[in-house]
Design a protein around this ligand. Structure first.
Ligand code: HEM
Length: 124
C-alpha cells in the first residue's frame, strides 16, 4: 500500500471514532444539535478519506507525486479545522462561523486538487 494510502486510512479512522463519539453523545443526551457535525465528520472524514486512500492504492502511479502529498495535507487540514469549528457553531458558538467558512473553502480546494489527480493519472 502506498504511504499516502496509509496516511489517509490512519487519519480516516480517527475521524470515524470522533464521528461515532458525537453520534453516541447526541443519542445519550437526546440532543441532536450537532447532527451536521456528526454527518460531516463521518462523511468528509471517514468515508471520503477512505475513498481517497483507496484510489491511491488502486492507482499507485500518481500516489507519490508532489500534488498527491499537497492535496492530502490541504484536505486533511481543512477537515481537521472544519470538524471542531462546525461542532462549536452548531452547539451554540456563532463566533466559530468564519473558521467554518475558511475551512470549508480549504476542503473544497482539496477536492479540486483530487479532481486534478484523477484527471492526470494514467491508468495501467
Ligand atoms: C455508532 C455509530 C453512530 C451513531 C451512534 C450515530 C448516531 C446518529 C444520531 C443520533 C443521529 C441523529 C438522528 C436524528 O437526527 O434523529 C445521526 C444522524 C446521521 N448520521 Fe449517524 N451515527 C453513527 C454512525 C454514522 C456513520 C458511520 C455515518 C456516515 C458514514 C453517519 C451519518 C449520519 C448522517 C448523514 C446523519 C444525518 C441523517 C439525517 O439528518 O437525516 N452516522 N447519527
Amino acid at each position: 500500500m502506498p504511504a499516502i494510502s496509509r496516511f489517509y486510512f490512519l487519519t480516516a479512522i480517527c475521524f470515524l471514532i470522533a464521528g461515532i463519539l458525537i453520534g453516541l453523545k447526541m443519542a445519550i443526551a437526546q440532543d441532536y444539535a450537532a447532527v451536521g457535525a456528526h454527518a460531516h465528520v463521518n462523511l468528509l472524514g471517514w468515508v471520503t478519506m477512505s475513498i481517497f486512500g483507496t484510489y491511491h492504492a488502486l492507482n499507485p502511479a500518481g500516489a507519490s507525486s508532489r500534488l498527491a502529498r499537497i492535496q492530502a495535507y490541504v484536505y486533511v487540514l481543512g477537515v481537521a479545522v472544519m470538524a471542531p469549528a462546525l461542532y462549536l457553531l452548531l452547539t451554540g458558538t456563532p463566533a466559530a462561523e468564519p473558521v467554518v467558512a475558511v475551512a470549508s473553502i480549504t476542503v473544497f480546494a482539496g477536492v479540486l486538487m483530487f479532481a486534478a489527480i484523477i484527471y492526470r493519472t494514467r491508468t495501467a
